[in-house]
Design a protein around this ligand. Structure first.
Ligand code: 0WE
Length: 258
């Protein structure tokens, strides 16, 4: 049941070899899935080259630019999927962005445009991609996104991203309710803090990691590959009865009170 051969899986959000999306892509590949990879294009094509070199060993059958702030790029991504694959079985959403100045200091100082950007890229994009994938998931499918504890707790400096993740988790429930009748499941993994490109850009991430190492039941942080294993499970037939859920992959940190 944890055999994804014959399944087409689109993975978004790989930036480098520390990306959680990279851990997920590796485990989906190991389970036999046929991969499509999207990357965030930049002017110089640096990201395209970097991600292409990284994913080459997974021999993706699709490799496409996709900036979710551009409806045209999302349209052409799913146009190519329709042409080349005909159907999509698995959609992995690992996208988030907030302006740097909104991830520090007073939440009440968040600008209207900063709030909009964070919610657009980090939350709206799930509904956007799910809507585009829906007509190509005729035989059912699985959609997975990544969240963080800052959606339900006030984590210092996470600020507008916490609001975006709360919106993302609510979106998981509304999408699960909408798409369930088509046998499309929608879930989130709430991962513990991991050193990635995004988290390393945040001051104090190492202190947060050390805190988890002291408090979490497993006394350690989780790895990208552990998140990848849970993601592969949720996207497989083994999780056929699970939808609308947020699964904590965080060494148990979330259960602790003291
Ligand atoms: O969701 C995230 C990261 C989100 C993120 C990070 C950045 C840094 C660079 C979104 N946008 C940006 N924009 C940038 O310019 N995490 C769960 C990792 C993370 O980010 C934090 C954390 C943790 C943990 C921010 C503040 C406090 C804790």
């Amino acid at each position: 049941m944890l055999d994804l051969t014959g399944k087409n899986a689109l993975v978004t959000g790989i930036a480098n070899n520390r990306s959680i999306a990279w851990g997920i892509a590796q485990q989906l590949h190991k389970a036999g899935a046929n991969l499509g990879i999207t990357y965030l294009p930049d002017e110089k094509g640096k990201m395209q080259k970097k991600v292409a070199d990284l994913v080459e060993p997974l021999s993706p059958s699709l490799f496409l630019p996709c900036n979710v702030q551009d409806d045209g790029q999302v349209e052409s991504t799913f146009g190519v999927i329709a042409d080349k694959w005909g159907k999509i079985d698995i959609l992995i959403h690992c996208l988030a962005f907030a302006q740097r100045e909104d991830l520090t200091g007073a939440f009440s100082q968040t600008s209207r445009s900063g709030f909009q950007t964070a919610l657009e890229v980090s939350a709206y994009s799930l509904a956007q991609l799910a809507g585009a994938a829906k007509p190509l998931m005729g035989s059912g499918g699985s959609i997975l996104t990544l969240s963080y504890l800052g959606s339900v707790r006030a984590i210092p400096n996470y600020n507008v991203m916490g609001v975006a993740k709360a919106g993302l988790e609510a979106s998981v429930r509304y999408l699960a309710a909408e798409l369930g009748p088509e046998n499309i499941r929608v879930n989130a993994i709430s991962a513990g803090p991991i050193r990635t490109l995004a988290s390393s850009a945040v001051g104090g991430i190492l202190d947060m990691i050390h805190h988890v190492e002291e408090i979490a039941p497993l006394r350690r942080t989780v790895t990208q590959l552990e998140v990848g294993n849970a993601a592969t499970f949720l996207c497989s037939g083994l999780a056929s009865g699970i939808t609308g859920q947020v699964l904590y992959v965080d060494s148990g940190y979330e259960i602790m009170g003291m």
